[in-house]
Ligand binder design. Structure first.
Ligand SMILES: C[S@@+](CC[C@H](N)C(=O)[O-])C[C@H]1O[C@@H](n2cnc3c(N)ncnc32)[C@H](O)[C@@H]1O
Length: 484
């Protein structure tokens, strides 16, 4: 049911079309082919599945292709199955069997390494795709938004009503109520979210009205420990009429709902107009219990505060780290010096230290609080061969020229945007023989593969870990060796 057009121009911005998705591109972008008089036009539709018929709006129009925004799924793909969870925008592939999701992730990543990474034999260097130990209920953190504008999933209307759940796809101002388990996070939290919403609504205080930038309730963030089966809440509000909010009643409600599972409750005052949980100015305080939860990864305990970075899927992170460490151990002397750049709370550093007790491990991370957590965890776990620095990677490398030529391997695990070109250049200038590059964004890893290759590092092999089932995201780990 591909749409047909009579003129020979590419589609105009803002036009709405209906197309059938026939292929998947990297990042979960569906591809449809649309016949025009001048030949076939390629239509990209994000978050779609081959076989789906979808309605979409053109947002960018080029000579041979158009980028669109998904408006509606008109017909399901024959590959889709029904699931016992509430569908959410954050998990657009939940109805596609995981094996098929993985097939698309693998094919599109290999293609990416070939095209962007310049690796002609990308299929041969591909090592393996590893599954997440759990395909459902794997996340350890969720951020729910309050809103004064609710999107109704059944009638597709925008209503002036109190909402708590996830932003409606492609909007910043409206929220879909989460009324049941999404299958991604904690079943008990999500099945009870409507009770928490009712309590907040009954307070008479207003939820955040994004277009007007006013209101009281803003976010509810929840962190979960799989090791202790505990949950930590952070209620984010403005200070507007705070005295009128029955905080004791809120605490009692959560205590009643979650009993011994409740690790603690924090309250953050956020009067910023911007749409983020952590205020630039403002304060968080612990109302009851602790301000962290303890997670265990490969036998090592980590205390994680609400805002510290920690792998979203901790069980799958073990799989990822094991793969990275196996790459490292293949090539590096067990007494070597290893630099763990972008080390977060020091998870990889500590696992490397345990696996290679005679190695010297140096972790670098920009977030002071994460470094404090890393140091604490290392002390508590009796790890003595790690040193952590709170610093920007680029600055650290600039200020520590003594490491040049002295590093046996670098582990890189930058944020989604990838490592900054200057920092990558300085990393290359360390002349370490081995780089193990972990990335939650294979596109930036493929880009850096090209740079590393030009600078004398060859890609030995790479793997994928399906750390985020039902989303388009996937973790990648690559082993690079300096060419002799
Ligand atoms: C993908 S996380 C990896 C964390 C860690 N390797 C782990 O697995 O838990 C990226 C980390 O890089 C840190 N970061 C971001 N920019 C940085 C910079 N310029 N210098 C140092 N660290 C940075 C972030 O705070 C975050 O903790």
């Amino acid at each position: 049911m591909s749409a047909k057009r009579n003129n020979n121009n590419a589609l105009k911005r803002g036009e709405e079309i209906e197309v059938t998705i026939s292929k998947m591109a990297f990042g979960g972008r569906g591809i449809a082919k649309m016949p025009t008089e001048k030949g076939e036009l390629v239509v990209f539709v994000p978050n779609t599945i081959p076989g789906q018929v979808v309605k979409c709006r053109v947002v960018k129009s080029r000579k041979n292709h158009v980028e669109t925004k998904l408006l509606e799924i008109v017909e399901k793909s024959p590959d889709e199955v029904s699931i016992p969870y509430q569908p959410i925008a954050g998990a657009p592939y939940a109805t596609l069997p995981v094996q098929l999701q993985q097939k698309y992730k693998q094919e599109t990543c290999i293609d990416l390494f070939r095209r962007i990474g310049g690796v002609q034999n990308a299929d041969i260097l591909f090592d393996t795709l590893l599954s997440s130990p759990d395909n459902w209920h794997y996340r350890n953190k969720m951020e729910y938004s309050f809103a004064a504008i609710r999107y109704d999933l059944h009638t597709h209307e925008e209503l002036d009503e109190f909402a708590l759940g996830f932003k409606h796809r492609g909007t910043w101002w409206m929220v879909e109520n989460l009324d049941a388990d999404s299958g991604l996070f904690d079943e008990q939290v999500e099945n009870n979210l409507h009770i928490i919403r009712k309590f907040c609504e009954d307070s008479g205080l207003p939820p955040w009205h994004a277009p007007r930038r006013e209101g009281f309730f803003r976010f509810l963030t929840v962190r979960k420990s799989y090791a202790n089966d505990q949950v930590l809440f952070n209620l984010v509000t403005t200070s507007d009429n705070l005295a009128k909010f029955d905080m004791d009643g809120f605490v009692q409600l959560l205590q009643k709902l979650f009993a011994e599972r409740l690790a603690g409750i924090l309250h953050t005052i956020n009067d910023d107009k911007g749409d983020r949980v952590q205020p630039l100015e403002g304060a968080s305080r612990t109302i009851v219990g602790k301000d962290f939860i303890t997670e265990n990864l490969s036998g090592i305990d980590f205390d994680i505060r609400m805002e510290s970075f920690f792998q979203t899927n901790p069980k799958s992170a073990e799989v990822l780290y094991n793969k990275a460490i196996s790459y490292l151990k293949e090539k590096v002397n067990t007494e070597g010096t290893i630099l763990d750049l972008f080390c977060g709370t020091g998870t990889i550093s500590q696992l490397v230290s345990r696996e290679m007790p005679h190695a010297k491990v140096i972790g670098v991370e920009i977030e002071q609080s994460a470094v404090e957590d890393a140091r604490k965890a290392a002390a508590a776990n009796g790890v003595t061969n790690t040193t952590f620095y709170a610093a920007d990677v680029n600055k650290f490398l600039q200020e520590h020229p003594q490491y040049g030529g002295k590093i046996d391997a670098v582990i890189l695990d930058p944020p989604r945007a990838g490592i900054a070109p200057k920092a990558l250049k300085r990393t290359i200038e360390l002349h370490a023989p081995i780089i193990v590059y972990i990335s939650c964004n294979p596109a930036t890893l493929a880009r850096d593969t090209n740079t590393l290759n030009q600078e004398g590092f060859e890609l030995v092999k790479y793997s994928l870990v399906d750390q985020f089932p039902h989303t388009s995201h996937v973790e990648a780990v690559a082993l690079f060796q300096k060419k002799s």
